[in-house]
Design a protein around this ligand. Structure first.
Ligand SMILES: Cc1cc2nc3c(=O)[nH]c(=O)nc-3n(C[C@H](O)[C@H](O)[C@H](O)COP(=O)(O)OP(=O)(O)OC[C@H]3O[C@@H](n4cnc5c(N)ncnc54)[C@H](O)[C@@H]3O)c2cc1C
Length: 561
């Protein structure tokens, strides 16, 4: 990415067609979409890129089986088509994951679920075929698909042995069979960074730690947005013909009255979702499982980056939305679900990490009328010209971006069709072809290839600069100290937390260890960044302390409350 100081200079001096507020997946998508249609684009993010909901999801790129139950067929269909496209555009970053729904005691797998999975198969096909339904339609659709694109195999019934092969944690319960189906998984924060990097390739200028304070308008320049460089405490104005707010759960903070009065945009009531991570040795999984959690609800347990990831909860939340901590109650709820299903006896002390995020729920003020819009994208345009895009899913970011940029195209009367369907997101690479660097542990090559694609070569060049950079940040994990230096140099990482929480995901996967006081990882990361950002010894200690404060504010150190 462009260096932050250069980005700030360009944002304060140039004039733009579009300025995007918010550097989560939606804002990143809007920047890529607008820039690739030929607009000049600036993007500002008040904290770090992806630091909002987009780094706190369940990491699934999926249609959402549970929306089928709600007969939200349009949403499921749209998300399934996006799922397919994401695997094509970013195969290193979005990959298929098997899911298992087991049955016990000789029972047949649930019939109703089988019907749902049939629909899921049919709806995942690129072209829907007339009235033909079920197995034949899915098969016909599968036959039509071009071979080059990933397409999920149809769901099928599997034996008890196959269930335990995929979900070894279930072996004690001796499953008698189950359903196997496919969805996809990603690293959400890395997806955001990858989309931003692509947006920059098309000329977008992106800067983190720049907060939009208010909309601006003056006679000479027209519209724009007044922003604050949060690091320097300096305010300036970015001039742009169009301002698009992609601020997720913060969407009603810019021009709240205008949104509410004109767009009938009621108040956002955030809902908190908590996840925990567990060592694979304690909960071995080779596939995802849908885990019943009581009262008809369920949570996912999926393998992710060498851990088992369990979540999510969904409860109204009234706390600080800038720092969202997992609650003790939510963690216990997840542990109860896991223990009840797998027959394990895991407790809070067995957790490697935990994190929480908030989804926007919209409330009309009447609690009985609260509507969950978190998966439905909503576009609002108000009299100041502000365009707000919120809701949706990680999976459907491209469609949301298109919705917002189509509106700008319409305003401008341009002919500029959306191109993001064809823009690769990074470039995959073969880990075996990556140059070997002395000291880099073998598992790191695969992990780097999956995270950075072809750019893994540049990370390895960084690792080759100094022996200590070839070392892992945390013993036994593949993430390298070179990634910290690389992130500060090339991805606008500004703090230890940026590296541990979002450029790598160690904060989620090993939060307890990082914050234990026994780990020197925060110090090592601070030292690796220091060279890039010209920190002296004192600044390094301050930054380590700052990370500890952030870890506590986010609850990743697991002092839950
Ligand atoms: C627990 C949970 C699990 C989920 N799991 C999945 C899943 O598995 N699959 C899926 O498809 N979806 C999932 N979702 C939904 C998905 O994560 C969100 O829809 C998506 O991340 C929202 O992205 P966004 O860019 O709109 O918002 P955000 O990621 O929150 O980005 C908004 C950004 O705007 C910035 N901002 C706010 N105000 C300002 C300002 N004034 N100036 C500058 N910047 C500002 C914020 O700092 C933030 O970074 C999940 C959501 C939750 C809560």
């Amino acid at each position: 990415m462009i260096e932050r100081s250069q980005a700030l200079a360009a944002l304060s001096q140039d004039e733009f067609d579009v300025v995007v507020v918010g550097g989560g997946i939606t804002g990143a998508g809007v920047a890529l979409d607008a820039a690739s249609r030929g607009f000049s684009v600036g993007l500002v993010e008040k904290a770090d890129f992806a630091s909002g909901t987009s780094s706190r999801s369940s990491k699934l790129v999926h249609g959402g089986l549970r929306y089928l139950q709600k007969f939200d067929l349009g949403l499921v269909r749209e998300a399934l088509l996006e799922r397919r496209l994401m695997v094509k555009l970013a195969p290193h970053l979005v990959h298929p994951l098997k899911f298992v729904v087991p049955a016990f005691d000789g029972a047949r797998p649930d019939r109703l679920l089988g019907i749902g999975l049939n629909m899921y198969d049919v709806m995942a096909a690129p072209r829907l075929r007339g009235r033909r339904s079920g197995r034949r339609a899915a098969q016909r659709a599968a036959d039509d698909e071009p071979e080059a694109d990933w397409s999920p195999e149809r769901h099928r019934v599997i034996s008890g042995e196959e269930v335990t092969e995929l979900l070894p944690s279930l072996s004690a319960r001796r499953p008698s069979g189950g359903y196997l189906f496919y969805d996809c998984q990603t690293d959400d924060a890395r997806l955001v960074l990858t989309v931003l990097i692509e947006a920059e390739r098309f000329g977008a200028i992106c800067a983190n730690r720049v907060e939009a304070i208010e909309l601006a308008r003056d006679h000479r320049h027209g519209a724009g947005v007044k922003v604050r460089d949060v690091e320097a405490g300096r305010d300036f104005t970015i001039y742009a013909d169009n301002v698009i707010s992609a601020t997720g759960v913060w969407a009603d903070r810019i021009r709240p009255e205008e949104l509410r009065d004109e767009a009938e945009f009621p108040r956002i009531v955030p809902s908190r979702g908590t996840h925990v991570t567990i060592a694979q040795a304690d909960l071995p999984l080779h596939a995802g499982a849908i885990v019943p959690a009581g009262e008809g609800r369920s949570v996912f347990a999926v393998p992710w980056l060498g851990r088992s990831l369990v979540g999510t909860t969904d409860n109204n939340y009234e706390g600080d939305i800038d720092h969202v901590r997992p609650s003790a109650q939510d963690i216990d709820y997840l542990l109860d679900a896991v223990n009840g299903f797998f027959g394990t006896e895991l407790g809070r002390d067995d957790l490697c990490g935990a994190f929480a995020g908030v989804r926007p729920l919209i409330s009309s003020g009447d609690t009985r009328k609260s509507v969950d819009i978190s998966r439905k994208a909503e576009l609002y345009e108000t009299s100041s010209g502000l365009i707000t895009i919120t809701g949706g899913k990680l999976t459907t970011w491209r469609r949301m971006a298109k919705l917002a940029v189509d509106r700008v195209v319409e305003r401008d009367g341009r002919h500029a069709p959306c191109r993001t369907e064809e823009i690769p997101l990074g470039q995959p690479t073969d880990p075996d072809m990556l140059p070997r660097v002395e000291g880099v542990p073998a598992p790191a090559y695969g992990a780097l290839a999956a995270r950075y694609g072809h750019a893994a070569e540049r990370v390895l060049q960084t690792a080759a600069e100094r022996a200590e950079l070839a070392r892992p940040i945390v013993a036994g994990r593949p993430d390298l100290l070179a990634e910290a230096a690389y992130a500060a140099r090339n991805e606008q990482a500004r703090t230890v937390g940026d590296v541990l929480l979002r450029r790598t995901r160690l904060g989620l996967l090993a939060g307890r260890e990082l914050c234990s006081g026994r780990s020197d990882a925060p110090q090592l990361v601070a030292r690796a960044i220091a060279r890039e950002l010209s920190w002296d010894e004192r600044r390094m200690s301050e930054e380590v302390e700052r990370f500890r404060a952030e870890a506590q504010a986010e609850g990743i150190e697991l002092s839950v409350g």
